[in-house]
Design a protein around this ligand. Structure first.
Ligand code: FAD
Length: 234
């Protein structure tokens, strides 16, 4: 089995990076092949722009998704994007490891999503959800945050974490066809004791040991919709 782990934390000694390092070690220990992208260490460029395309369908007006399709088909995407796409295509499991920033992913990871999960390959027309281009792969988010669990519960002050993460879990990972495993969440990380953080590392190692047994999150199948994407009756 092949895992591609993308890390998005600016501090190599952070707890978030400790989770990333652990995942590399633990999965390799279980016999997985592992490839990684440490986005800050790579100084990954998160800005989607015309510079991403060395050959343009329309040099006068940038339609980013159209140029993504052309760039992918003609092999003329910027090399940093090509490298990341190759790793995504290679893997059976994609792990996104990041601290929650503003109820969302850090900008560097959002830029990775925008530039790497390209139109034409990962989605296009009615190729999305369970017909998406990355079907057959699993994906999991590993997240540290400052908030406490009760603050992100159903009746919590911020509402449920999975609602907050909908753009990522449903709108990105499931949208592109992957089976989305429940996120691994490390709550209140800067404010708990060292011993509590050690317990989180143990829980993560245990989670990584039973990835095959985890039920993916439940999202609708396109089979439940007609050609115009209205829900089928009955
Ligand atoms: P760190 O501060 O790196 O680590 C915490 C402690 O763990 C440190 O003392 C460190 O030394 C120690 N540590 C490191 N390695 C280990 C180890 N191996 N074992 C034990 N201890 C270790 N939070 C929210 O809840 N919601 C938000 O919307 C949100 N938005 C944010 C927006 C921004 C721009 C920023 C900067 C933060 C935001 N946060 C938010 C908080 C953020 O998510 C957390 O601060 C972060 O996830 C904590 O994880 P960390 O790895 O950065 O912690």
């Amino acid at each position: 089995m092949k895992a591609f782990i993308v890390s998005a934390h600016p501090e190599p000694k952070s707890f978030n990076t400790a989770l990333f390092d652990l995942s590399v070690r633990a999965l390799k220990g279980q016999g997985w092949e592992v490839r990684t992208s440490d986005l800050y260490a790579m100084a990954f460029n998160p800005v989607a722009s015309a510079a991403d395309f060395t050959d343009r369908v329309d040099p006068d007006y940038l339609v980013y998704a159209l140029e993504q399709r052309h760039g992918y088909e003609s092999g003329t995407l910027a090399p940093d994007i090509q490298d990341e796409i190759e790793k995504v295509q290679w893997c059976d499991l994609l792990i996104l490891n990041f601290p929650l920033y503003w109820f969302s992913v850090p900008a560097i990871l959002k830029g990775w999503i925008d530039r790497v999960l390209i139109s034409g390959l990962t989605y296009g027309g009615k190729r999305f959800y369970d017909r998406g281009g990355l079907k057959g792969r699993k994906a999991m988010a590993t997240i540290t945050l400052g908030g406490r669990e009760h603050m992100l519960a159903e009746d919590g002050v911020h509402g449920p974490l999975e609602d907050m993460l909908r753009p990522l879990l449903r709108g990105t990972l499931y949208y592109t066809g992957m089976s989305v495993l429940p996120p691994f969440v490390a709550w209140h990380v800067p404010y708990i004791s060292d011993a509590e953080r050690q317990d989180i590392l143990k829980a993560y190692e245990e989670r990584l040991g039973r990835l095959q047994d985890l039920e993916p999150l439940d999202f609708p199948s396109l089979d439940e919709f007609d050609d115009t994407l209205h829900p089928l009756k009955g």
